[in-house]
Design a protein around this ligand. Structure first.
Ligand code: GLN
Length: 474
């Protein structure tokens, strides 16, 4: 029998529906891989003990003739998405023993589908980071090279999929946290249009930037998951009304490349693989042109003002009283100080400081106000470009997976990881990272990600182009 963990989601669906394989068998195969590798890779913070029972229930539904896209599909869930009754920590000490009191909207949808929740995956604390090294519960290793980071913040879900410890995973993306780990681990990652997937039950980081999305083996698998997850939700007033029409698929596409933006700071080998990707698109009959995005270079600076500003407000709720970890101080205010000081890690505290500063009176206009003006300009620039092109292409990251500790002492070097990904969040548009070639570093073969961005609700464009790339790459 073939190894069922090699199946894509689309293939597994067929095998399940034709009873060639059961959900229990599929789940068992993934659990066997988890038992073999998770102790070292540490993709999961917790593997759910009832995974097999969930699979049995899925098999019963299949036996009754039910068929749904995700029925019986084993998934890995990032540890910032709520599943009622289960621990959810955001990889933070402050929520170490916190149990979710309700289901996230995406969880409800997945439960209706009858998925198998395999476990909750490691991440950077409260999704702040690009390497999963800021987790309060230890690092996650990249299955492609265990001396290197899996990327972040959804590094656990990316490593679970890349390491064949889940058929697919969920992540969240505020500035690249789905796409960057997908790129570094060699899997597909989709950041959907802002508001197309409900944020209800996702721990808030930057509320105007956050979105939940899939990490998968293939582009088609990402489409299946996205189709289930998307939709208006009365629990999240920023979700897009269901009657807004998505952009339809086309025969041929025009893809814009912001050359000037790629001119410096990108690893030469990464750039070479990116060029090969562009050549595939041209060869398949699409038009690749150079474009200018004069303000895109301000995205990273704007992001690292807007995001911490929102972080500082969103994380104010963790006061040691209402949730999780508590440390006694000499009075109530000191309780807060002690609990937050000991409960939050260094990177989270850094961002709370930064955010509080840029929002404080006297600095608000100079920093937050300016960043919001820049955000407007960047969006206008992008929309202008999209009058001429259907999609914009860049590498997902400036370099391949780096080694543990390489960037932890220099926050700016870590933040530069996000240079190509943050623009999509700043603007709200969808973006996809697909594996596109490899580079060699110290005898290891490391995957490279190719990023495509499309206008709002342009996911179909991304899936079409992502498929062309992944199916034609040598
Ligand atoms: N790496 C980025 C950051 O540290 C993005 C995080 C995210 O998307 N959650 O903020």
């Amino acid at each position: 029998m073939t190894d069922s963990t090699k199946l894509t989601l689309v293939e597994a669906r067929k095998e399940l529906d034709t009873k060639k394989i059961s959900a229990v068998e599929l789940t068992d195969a993934y659990i066997a891989n988890i038992k073999k590798d998770n102790a070292d890779i540490h993709a999961y913070l917790e593997v759910f003990e009832d995974a097999k029972e969930q699979a049995q229930k899925a098999d019963e539904r299949i036996a009754q003739g039910e068929t749904l896209p995700l029925l019986g599909i084993p998934l890995a869930i990032k540890d910032n998405i709520l599943i009622q009754g289960r621990t959810v920590s955001g990889a933070s000490k402050i929520l170490e023993n916190y149990r979710a009191t309700y289901d996230a909207t995406v969880t409800t949808k997945l439960k209706e589908q009858g998925v198998v929740f395999l476990g909750r995956t490691n991440m950077d604390e409260f999704a702040m980071g690009s390497s999963t090294e800021t987790s309060a519960f230890g690092i996650t290793k990249n299955p492609r090279d265990r001396l290197r980071v899996p990327g972040g913040s959804s590094g656990g879900s990316a490593a679970a999929v890349a390491g064949e410890m889940a058929l697919a995973g969920l992540g969240s993306d505020t500035g690249g946290s789905i796409r960057q780990p997908a790129a570094l681990c060699g899997v597909v990652g989709l950041k959907p249009t802002y508001g197309s997937v409900s944020r209800h039950g996702l721990m808030a980081m930057g509320s105007s930037l956050d979105v939940i999305g899939p990490l998968t083996k293939t582009v088609d698998d990402a489409e299946v998951l996205f189709t289930v997850l998307r939709g208006q939700d009365r629990m999240d007033s920023t979700t897009i009304p269901d009657d807004r029409k998505p952009i339809a698929k086309k025969e041929t596409y025009t893809i814009g490349v912001p050359r000037a933006f790629l001119a410096s700071g990108v690893d030469a080998d990464v750039l070479q693989e990116f060029e090969k990707g562009l050549a595939i698109l041209t060869k398949q009959g699409h038009r690749v042109i150079d474009i200018t995005l004069p303000t895109i270079k301000y995205s990273l600076a704007a992001y690292y003002i807007i995001m911490p500003a929102e972080v500082s407000a969103n994380l104010a709720r963790f006061d040691g009283v209402r949730y999780g970890f508590h440390k006694d101080g000499v009075d109530r205010i000191d309780d807060y100080r002690q609990s937050r000081g000991a409960g939050f890690g260094k990177e989270v505290r850094r961002r709370i400081f930064l955010g509080t500063y840029v929002l404080s009176s006297g600095y608000y206009d100079a920093y937050y106000g300016k960043a919001m003006q820049a955000r407007d300009r960047i969006r206008k620039d992008m929309l202008t470009a999209f009058q001429e092109v259907d999609a914009i292409a860049t590498p997902t990251t400036p370099s391949p997976a780096f080694k543990f500790g390489e960037k932890t002492s220099d926050p700016l070097a870590m933040y530069l990881e996000d240079i190509f990904t943050v623009s999509a969040n700043i603007v709200g548009i969808p973006a996809l990272s697909v594996p596109c070639g490899t580079v060699t570093r110290e005898q290891s073969t490391l995957p490279i990600g190719f990023q495509l961005m499309a206008p709002d609700l342009g996911e179909a464009t991304l899936f079409a182009l992502g498929n062309i790339l992944t199916k034609n790459i040598l």
